[in-house]
Design a protein around this ligand. Sequence first.
Ligand SMILES: Nc1ncnc2c1ncn2[C@@H]1O[C@H](COP(=O)(O)OP(=O)(O)OP(=O)(O)O)[C@@H](O)[C@H]1O
Length: 325
Amino acid sequence: MATNTVIDARGLRKEFTVYKKVGRLKRERSIVAAVDGVDVRVERGEMIGYIGPNGAGKSTTLKMMTGILVPTDGRLTVCGMEPVANRRHLTRRLGVVFGQRSALWWDLPLRESFSLLRHVFAVDAVEHARRLDRCRALLDLDEFLDTPVRQLSLGQRMRGELTAALLHGPSLLFLDEPTIGLDVVSKQAVRSFLAELGATGDVTIVLTTHDLADIERLCERLVVIDHGRVVHDGGLDALHRRYGSQRTVVADLATEPTGPVLVGGLTGVVDAADPRRLSFALPDGGLSAGALVAQLAQSVELHDVAIVEPDIDDVIAKLYNGATG
Ligand SMILES: Nc1ncnc2c1ncn2[C@@H]1O[C@H](COP(=O)(O)OP(=O)(O)OP(=O)(O)O)[C@@H](O)[C@H]1O
């Protein structure tokens, strides 16, 4: 394994035995492959979105990567270690935020939870204070540092959980739905924080989310899993290309056109509600938005122009629905 590889999974597989009731007394046993041969390699400093529909196998993968679940088959190294055999050692290198579980002490003020964590991980006091100061500033923790965890709002608690996950200076951070259920302000605080953390390149981040705004804002690389298999590994742009998403130029003309408006082989589609509004879908690799607007301006009087980016919701919906690219 190259020294910069933080996660290396080859043919990773996890089977569960499930029992289904058949009739009144019998139970039928079957094997379900929750993760069915995942190959993924993550390099140091990457921030990847690990996404997929419900039941796709995301949590199961993360549990194997954190050493909670033993793989049924395949090879897996995380920070150069086999996770289950080295779980204690690996814990020091990992930061984990899983929505359902908390790293905080429910009855203690946040500040005391942080201080206990320093002792749990035997972190140098100066290092601990430096990391905490940074989180306090970036996540606006001060107003609730002395509040018992049980009294925190979900958004405040999530900011606390993120801090708790980072105080021992992990090199790899696993985040399972870090913005789920948060109010708009907390969501933005968490996203900005993660964007900043990712930009430093010090921490490798694996993020699972159903929130498309998280994906757009944070993940340059998306690994999409469905039925336990990787169905896409690449950037958002590649996903748009694969599903033929197009940027659109929307032009508001000064006056209603008298006939079809043609520019560089593209015909403007008239808006049903506003006859002066025309849309031009830009083909991939074809006419640029700038060239289209310049040519359009020669044949009509323009009032306003907007460029509409392809909608990530549509692309992800197509991907989850198993449309072929
Ligand atoms: N302990 C278990 N025993 C049996 N089946 C399981 C177990 N854990 C997960 N599964 C099954 O494995 C599949 C993958 O589950 P997993 O929780 O990994 O999906 P997920 O992608 O995280 O889903 P979600 O987005 O809903 O959290 C599902 O069909 C689930 O029912």
